[in-house]
Design a protein around this ligand. Structure first.
Ligand code: UD1
Ligand code: CA
Length: 459
């Protein structure tokens, strides 16, 4: 296959395993870590290495995996039958050019750093194969790195094929390696499956390369999390905690206060200003931007939102798909739904839901209201229990509220309605028609007192 860059880096990601220990209808590599599928992490890392080509070898649940990740530049290759890691890599060989360097990664090993992989790849040449290895206190289950008396790597022996003496070796094969494509192709086409598991082992290429006079160089990761694979949900949860801890530490070092880093979850990307303070049990999802001095109370969820400078978000708010201007105050217990824009110094109080609405500067919706499909001007005061009745059972309708409007408590606004600037609406009104500006409008049954009325008494 023709190449633009004769020395290009290509990445083959193995993701065909069934992941039966997850006990899930969802393919293992689609289970999420930090809100992103396991394979998504590996693809992100691959892109950050500027790989010329990324080949994903998929099998179980393949179509679901392709659809979920939607990565048009990735080459998807099916391994219909899982005959071993060597057989899996072989499926990717036709997509490589002989001079390419190939890095082998795994869809269920999500946290390998680009930095570690760069170090590994930099050691590959025509005469060297680079292997990522690690020393583990408990190496059981892993392939072991066998070295000769000169400490040169001679082969990898799988746990199930190892002798007792080999099992006591603590240096393990992470599975991640980098090698020239020509050498990889030659070795893989010669591997056999005459081993304990009857599989074509990728690891057999080590001894074959040594036989050809290639030297095996090793690198180790900066942290053990980088090489941890996920096989079951217990491991997934443990890796999630570790990942969250790392993210929390990075945020704190960059100047964000977290009252308890163990009770903070970031499932996506956060861009935070200076002196942001975050209380316990806050979950940030998707793309979140927090301005300077933002304060977030306990039990708040923010998803895909941009929060301006000096905003105070009190406890138990849920904010999604919104843009909140500077110096706004939200909550406690506010729900701000997608396509909401609050300009500056807006107050959204307890048990208020706002959906697909723009709220002008200085306006207040302090208690128990629903505002949807609305445009609210500046310095508007919306009293407790006000409802924009935006839905007639079939269609949504718009409410427009001008600047300086005062709406009394317990008002229903049956949209579509326009309320002119400076209007006052009496409490308890049901507004069905447009309201003129600067006047008092109300719809209220006149108050009556029945003179001499007597409360019924028990017989
Ligand atoms: C493999 C290594 C072992 C290493 C360990 C690290 C081999 C023979 N052994 O063992 O030395 O210590 O990883 O975790 O390589 N896969 C496919 N198609 C297949 C088989 C596997 O795509 O036909 C994928 C799996 O989805 C998985 C990865 O390859 O992501 C590793 O396969 P697995 O069967 O878990 O290998 P191990 O026995 O753990
Ligand atoms: Ca494994």
């Amino acid at each position: 296959m023709a190449q633009q860059n004769p020395m290009a880096l290509n990445i083959i990601i193995l993701a065909a395993g069934e992941g039966s220990r997850m006990r899930s209808a969802i393919p293992k590599v689609l289970h999420k870590l930090g809100g992103i599928p396991l394979l998504g992490h590996v693809l992100q890392t691959s892109h950050s290495l500027s790989a010329e080509r990324v080949v994903v070898v998929y099998g179980h649940g393949g179509e679901q995996v392709r659809a979920a990740l939607n990565e048009p530049d990735v080459v998807w290759v099916e391994q219909a039958e899982q005959l071993g890691t060597g057989h899996a890599v072989l499926q990717g060989i036709p997509y490589l050019a002989k001079d390419d360097t190939v890095l082998i990664l795994y869809g269920d090993v999500p946290l390998t750093s680009a930095h570690t992989l760069q170090r590994l790849v930099s050691r590959v040449d025509d005469n060297s194969l680079a292997l990522l290895t690690a020393d583990l206190e408990d190496p059981s289950g892993y392939g072991r790195i066998v070295r000769d008396e000169r400490r040169q790597v001679t082969r990898i022996v799988e746990d199930k094929d190892a002798s007792d003496e080999q099992r006591s070796i603590s240096e393990i094969n992470t599975g991640i390696l980098a090698v020239k494509a020509a050498l990889l192709g030659e070795c893989l086409s010669a591997i056999k499956n005459d081993n304990a598991q009857g599989e074509y082992y990728l690891t057999d290429i080590i001894a074959m390369a040594v036989e050809k006079g290639v030297s095996i160089v090793t690198e180790s990761p900066d942290s053990i999390d980088e090489i941890i694979g996920v096989n079951n949900r217990v491991q997934l949860a443990a890796l999630e905690r570790s990942f969250q801890q790392t993210q929390a530490e990075r945020l704190m070092m960059s100047g964000v206060t977290l009252y308890d880093p163990a009770r903070f979850d970031l499932r996506g990307r956060l861009q935070a200003g200076s002196d942001v303070v975050i209380d316990v049990n806050v979950v940030l999802e998707g793309e979140v931007v927090l301005g300077d001095r933002v304060q977030i109370g306990a039990n708040v969820i923010i998803k895909d939102a941009s929060i301006g400078d000096d905003v105070v978000i009190r406890s138990n708010c849920v904010i999604e798909g919104a843009v909140i201007g500077h110096s706004c105050q939200l909550g406690p217990f506010a729900r701000v739904r997608p396509e909401t824009v609050c300009r500056e110094e807006v107050r959204i109080g307890n048990f208020v839901e706002v959906k697909k609405s723009t709220i002008g500067s200085g306006s207040k919706i302090n208690h128990l209201s629903y505002v949807g499909d609305s445009t609210v001007g500046r310095e508007v005061n919306i009293g407790a229990g006000t409802i924009t009745c935006n839905y007639d059972g079939a269609n949504k309708h718009q409410t427009d509220i001008g600047d300086n409007v005062f709406i009394g408590s317990n008002t229903q606004i049956i949209a579509p309605v326009k309320i002119g600037a400076g209007a006052t609406i009496g409490a308890g009104s049901t507004i069905t028609r447009d309201v003129p500006g600067d006047e008092l409008t109300l719809s209220r049954a006149p108050q009556e007192t029945l003179k001499g009325w007597v409360r019924p008494a028990k017989k």
